[in-house]
Ligand binder design. Sequence first.
Ligand code: PLP
Length: 345
Amino acid sequence: MLEHGGRLRRAAHHYRIPLADWLDLSTGINPCAYPLPSIPEAAWQRLPEEDDGLERAAAAYYGSAELLPVAGSQAAIQALPALIPGARVSLLAPSYAEHAHAWRLRQPRLYAAHTLEAAIDSSDVVVLVHPNNPTGVRFERDQLLDWHARLAQRGGWLIIDEAFIDSDPPAGSASLAAVAGRPGLVVLRSLGKFFGLAGARVGFVLAPAPLRLQLADLLGPWTVSGPARHVAQTALADRAWQQAARQRLAADSQRLAQVLQAAGLGTPSGPALFQSLDHAQAEALHDALARHGILTRLFAADAHGPARLRFGLPPDENGWLRLQRALDSLPEALLSNPISAPLLP
Ligand SMILES: Cc1ncc(COP(=O)(O)O)c(C=O)c1O
């Protein structure tokens, strides 16, 4: 199993700080989640059925009916390599590590965002995360469409993981969800991030019908539970909540970037739901903040990038205050941020 954010119990044990006293900034999950509707008893008691309205609500939200609900986009990330052929697999790096893990048997080549263009014509499958986690890198819509066309005309595939795109207008306008159904294109979406419903385990695969059928067959019946389907349907249809959440997240993300910058930590980058900071002393910073009961996500330096720290959004004013106080108390020696190394291909 790979390392993920959100492992609060482990941090509580390690730092001997009670679970309830932590400020968890280690994920990119919206801390102000969609408020749960009451769930009809039948959703618990009956087997889930496809015509309950979830697919319709999702089609209206994503702008395409070429979709399959899955138990979190993670379920699709793991299943796709079994269904998509091609020996030459290229992945964006650094990125959400589960993609490289899922494709590991095909020994994928890893490309930094600015070198990915060079991989397109020599690849059968290209996988990227847009906007990227943890770097926040975005791509142009025309470029993505061009990459897809070049891959598809040779029978290749472009897989775009749009888990963080819902609350990121610049990337959102480059989403390929609405053109899903074209041969050779897969778009993955998640209800875990923007809607803050990570525990419900609901995501969508937008892809051509033959691939969706194969995927549905592989994953089996009733993969998304009745209660999760009900909550997801309600959240996807609630435009007023979505609009308010987008505004709030945009303001909070700007505030987070300012707080980190004002603390002397350099210039962070990221979509609305998190800010990432390349920092030579990321590990020491992570540890210093954890001693204040603030959990961030640490990414060690590797061949694809420098060490970095990812900060999610505080849920409330108390959280902002705690973060500010912890940053104010960091020793000067931890604040210098000499990273200037370019990403390696
Ligand atoms: C980029 C990215 N894609 C997909 C996932 C999986 O999300 P879920 O399975 O909750 O939809 C994550 C989770 O952290 C992620 O960061």
